[in-house]
Design a protein around this ligand. Structure first.
Ligand SMILES: Nc1c(NC[C@H](O)[C@H](O)[C@H](O)CO)[nH]c(=O)[nH]c1=O
Ligand SMILES: CC(=O)[C@@H](O)COP(=O)(O)O
Length: 240
């Protein structure tokens, strides 16, 4: 009987040995083609990839976990289709895009370097300075409302939400962190404009500073890159 650990490692092993990146992304073994030159586009392959089938194992055989185990099998997909398109945003085509950054003043010692990271990234990816607006709000809790308003204004292709929630003594942290995440998510859904979650939720200041240009990088910079990619996905591929 395979333990969960063995089962999982078998799955990983199978996936690892499959040299086709596209097969990892296409559970039906389809051959997919990329429609853009994004850094995130999977490698194309000309050789057929083995189809990965997932079959339930362990049900009724005494195994505690009804895990799905992958069994790789060389099979020609009935869907031999180079015509299936993969859509992904490009981070290199930023011309004409406008972005807003909504940033919390609370814990500004953390949020300001996050914003600087975001601005650096916009500049690096050729977004013009005049195409970025920065809107300051009192704290993270206020971010969602403002992001939604900006999204609905129709002026922006993406909105980067920046804040830092750092745990204190009470449950306040949970309320602010969860509400902020929900607010940013709702802002995106309600406005139809990608609203990116560049909000740190940390146990202490050290963790926060490490993610605002310290040892762990700059999450503001990552959020800006995500905004560019999403703006491209929407602007270049998902236009109504
Ligand atoms: N504790 C944190 C807050 N709290 C303030 C709230 O975000 C909000 O401004 C206030 O409750 C008024 O509505 N804000 C943060 O950005 N980070 C925190 O750690
Ligand atoms: C979460 C905070 O930073 C702070 O506003 C609340 O801290 P506390 O939980 O100690 O009242």
């Amino acid at each position: 009987m395979a333990s969960s650990a063995t089962t999982c490692s078998s799955v990983l092993h199978l996936l690892h040995n499959d040299t086709s990146t596209s097969s990892l992304l296409s559970p039906k073994g389809m051959h997919l083609r990329s429609s853009s030159f994004s850094l995130l586009s999977p490698r194309r392959t000309s050789s057929p990839s083995p189809m990965i089938q997932f079959s339930p194992k362990g049900f009724g055989s005494g195994s505690a976990n009804p895990l799905f185990v992958a069994t790789a099998e060389k099979k020609k997909s009935p869907f031999q289709t180079e015509a299936v398109r993969q859509l992904t945003g490009s981070v290199t085509k930023t011309e004409g895009f406008r972005f807003a950054i909504v940033i919390a003043k609370f814990n500004e010692i953390v949020t300001r370097p996050l914003m600087e990271g975001a601005l650096d990234t916009f500049q690096k990816y050729s977004v013009r300075e005049e195409d970025v607006d920065v809107v300051w709000v009192p704290g993270c809790f206020e971010i969602g409302l403002v992001a939604e308003k900006l999204g609905k204004s129709g002026k922006y292709n993406g909105i980067v939400c920046i804040g830092a929630v750092v745990r204190g003594d009470t449950t306040h942290y949970e309320e602010v962190a969860n509400s902020t995440a929900s607010g940013v998510l709702s802002a995106g859904f309600n406005s139809g404009v990608p609203c990116i979650f560049g909000v740190l939720t940390c146990e202490n200041m050290d963790q926060a500073l490490n993610r605002a240009g310290g040892k762990v990088g700059n999450k503001g910079s990552e959020a800006a890159l995500t905004a560019i990619e999403m703006a491209s996905l929407f602007g270049h591929h998902l236009k109504e």
